[in-house]
Every structure is written in structure tokens, then in C-alpha cells.
Design a protein around this ligand. Structure first.
Ligand code: AMP
Length: 126
């Protein structure tokens, strides 16, 4: 169930299908709470997506509906993945798009990890 203006969770969304193994991904990391894989259309030298295993449409849904263990486990996985990618020393960017104004394309909550170059101060808002 979406807590925002977004439709309810669609179990046929592409990330749900990746979680079920119906569509391949370039997996980076997986544990009880999260799956991380390379973005199919990278916007930086390193561009990895981290998704929770539960059916959450957006950041708002995840933060409203997920249990404390799931939230903690997911964010620990994000940190672990960034570290394992060797991004900690030079730095990296985390980003999550939510809803129409946020430009969210896939309706399964995900965090982008960008790194591998100087990314500039902010994303474009033009
Ligand atoms: P967002 O706009 O935040 O919803 O971003 C969705 C991201 O998912 C985009 O960066 C896409 O390139 C990426 N994406 C879509 N389909 C796939 C896929 N099958 N495997 C990996 N990344 C994907």
C-alpha cells in the first residue's frame, strides 16, 4: 500500500521481477534485507542500486511501513555496498527519487549509489 499519491505496490515492477530472479541483474551484494546491483544505464563510473526485499513503493512507504530491523538492515547494506565498492575514501552520493516530482521511474523503493568521479555539488534541478 502506498502512503503517497503513488499507486499501490505493483508486484510486476521490474525490481520485483529482479528480486524473484525472473530478470537478470549484475549483482553486487545480497543479504536478508537488501539486494544491490549495477544500474543498467549508469550515470557515473560507479552507479549501483540498492533495493529492500520488501514491497515498498517509495522512500515514504518504506519509512512508514518497514519494520525497524528492515530499515536498519537496509541502510547498513547501503553503507556496506558503498564501502565494498571502494568509494569511502574518495566519497560518493546517495540519492532516492520519490514520486512524480522526484522523477521516480521504478515503483520499488531504491537508493542510487554514485561514485568514481567528482560529482559536483548537486543534481540538476533545471
Ligand atoms: P528512478 O528514476 O530513481 O526510479 O531510477 C530507476 C533506475 O533503474 C534508472 O537509473 C534505470 O536505469 C534503472 N533500471 C531500470 N531497469 C533496470 C534493470 N533491469 N537493471 C538495472 N537497472 C535498471
Amino acid at each position: 500500500m502506498s502512503v503517497t499519491g503513488l499507486p499501490p505496490y505493483d508486484p510486476q515492477n521490474i525490481f520485483a521481477r529482479i528480486l524473484r530472479g525472473e530478470i537478470p541483474c549484475k549483482r553486487v551484494y545480497e543479504d536478508e534485507f537488501a539486494l544491490a546491483f549495477h544500474d543498467i544505464n549508469p550515470q557515473a563510473p560507479t552507479h549501483v542500486l540498492v533495493i529492500p526485499k520488501g514491497p515498498h513503493v517509495s522512500a515514504a512507504d518504506f519509512l512508514a511501513d518497514a519494520g525497524d530491523a528492515e530499515i536498519a538492515g537496509f541502510w547498513r547494506a547501503v553503507g556496506h555496498v558503498a564501502k565494498s565498492l571502494g568509494l569511502e575514501d574518495a566519497g560518493y552520493r546517495l540519492l532516492t527519487n520519490m514520486g512524480a516530482d522526484g522523477g521516480q521511474e521504478v515503483p520499488h523503493f531504491h537508493v542510487h549509489i554514485f561514485g568514481g568521479k567528482r560529482l559536483g555539488r548537486m543534481v540538476s534541478v533545471s
